[in-house]
Design a protein around this ligand. Structure first.
Ligand code: DOR
Ligand code: ZN
Ligand code: ZN
Length: 343
């Protein structure tokens, strides 16, 4: 079965600042090994990408060091609101962290949030890390300022139901879910320990069931939230939240399709059409992936490309394997190997 090169709208590639966790080369190799040829990377780096200057330096590096297309989000911070109009001319979208997660980038206070919501162009996406009641605040902002708001990694029943109601009332909101919130619960968190600590935290079975119920309607995108940290960091007393996901997302979703939980057509909307439409991403000519949707194997069936080197899905049985990736006319991945190529 052939698909266009997939789009992951939520990854952390750790450049600049913590390249020991991931860099553009290893992160995009992992993307290709997972069937993705376009990535949108998050700005919670060190320094965070909140100024045009820092964003430009990182985007130039991304262009040089990546094996596939990488677009960088700009980040919002109270001290740099004046940078937003120029950042909006260059970046695909703005990320606003409303709740605490990895790193210090966060927007607090209603007046700062409203001023960001009014300054960023209303027809350009603001992606929110919003949990619980922050989702309601984000929906209110979309309604009041008639602007696009995208909810990252929605994980709870009450959140997805609120977003469904907002959409039913015609508000310009969109959302993504991650495979880890579709395939893991709090019970797995108890079993796997700090490896599965992430924000939002894993949820209950009834939350997971609600996400699956909304997969054919409310949910616009599947995004990995690939958030690599080393095993040594994960073993520390206060481990950083986040798990890698670029290489497990497609196998997990193909497995769900093989089991009849979602159709292959719907996967194409969730992993390609909707991400491109929402973030207004350019088409990639002659870029396709080939999968053997019937192949069964234990994940991973080849060494992982992410620099962090581990996955919470190691040992899981998957049905559906990536065979090859053609990127802009050249074969760049085949049979478990990213092929040598000039970045
Ligand atoms: O678990 C998470 N890790 N959630 C986030 O929002 C950030 C991410 C990271 O950067 O590690
Ligand atoms: Zn987040
Ligand atoms: Zn994230």
């Amino acid at each position: 079965m052939r698909f266009p090169g997939l789009v992951d709208v939520h990854v952390h590639l750790r450049v600049p600042g913590t390249e020991h966790k991931e860099d553009y080369h290893t992160g995009t190799a992992a993307a290709l090994a997972g069937g993705f040829t376009t990535l949108l990377a998050m700005p919670n780096t060190q320094p965070p990408l909140v100024t045009l200057q820092d964003w430009r330096i990182a985007q130039t590096r991304a262009q040089k060091e990546s094996l596939c297309d990488v677009f960088l989000f700009a980040g919002a911070s109270a001290a740099h609101i004046h940078e937003l109009p120029t950042l909006a001319e260059h970046t695909p979208a703005l990320k606003v962290y409303m709740d605490a997660t990895y790193g210090p980038l966060r927007v607090q206070g209603l007046s700062t949030l409203s001023s960001i919501m009014q300054t960023w162009p209303s027809d350009k996406v603001i992606a929110l890390h919003a949990e619980g009641e922050s989702v309601a605040v984000g929906i209110a902002m979309a309604a009041i300022y008639r602007r696009l708001v995208h909810f990252c990694h929605v994980s709870r029943k009450n959140e997805i139901e609120l977003i469904a109601d907002a959409k039913a009332r015609g508000l310009p909101v969109t959302c993504e879910v991650t495979p880890h919130h579709l395939f893991l619960t709090q019970a797995d968190a108890a079993r796997l320990g700090p490896l599965t600590d992430m924000r939002p935290r894993l949820a209950s079975q009834s939350d997971v069931d609600a996400l699956w119920q909304h997969l054919n309607s409310t949910i616009d995108c599947i995004a990995s939230d690939h958030a690599p940290h080393t095993l040594a960091e994960k073993a520390q007393a206060d481990p950083p939240p986040g798990i890698p996901g670029l290489e497990s997302t497609l196998p997990l979703m193909l497995t769900a399709a093989a089991e009849g939980r979602v159709s292959y057509e719907r996967l194409l909307e969730l992993l390609y059409h909707n991400p491109r439409r929402i973030f207004k991403l350019p088409a990639q000519s002659d870029t396709t992936i080939e999968v053997d949707e019937k192949a069964s194997y234990i994940f991973p069936d080849h060494p992982l490309y992410t620099k962090c080197g581990w996955s919470p899905f190691t040992g899981c049985k998957m049905t559906g394997r990536l065979i090859s990736v053609i990127f802009k006319g050249k074969e760049i991945f085949r049979d478990g190997k990213v092929l040598p190529t000039k970045p």
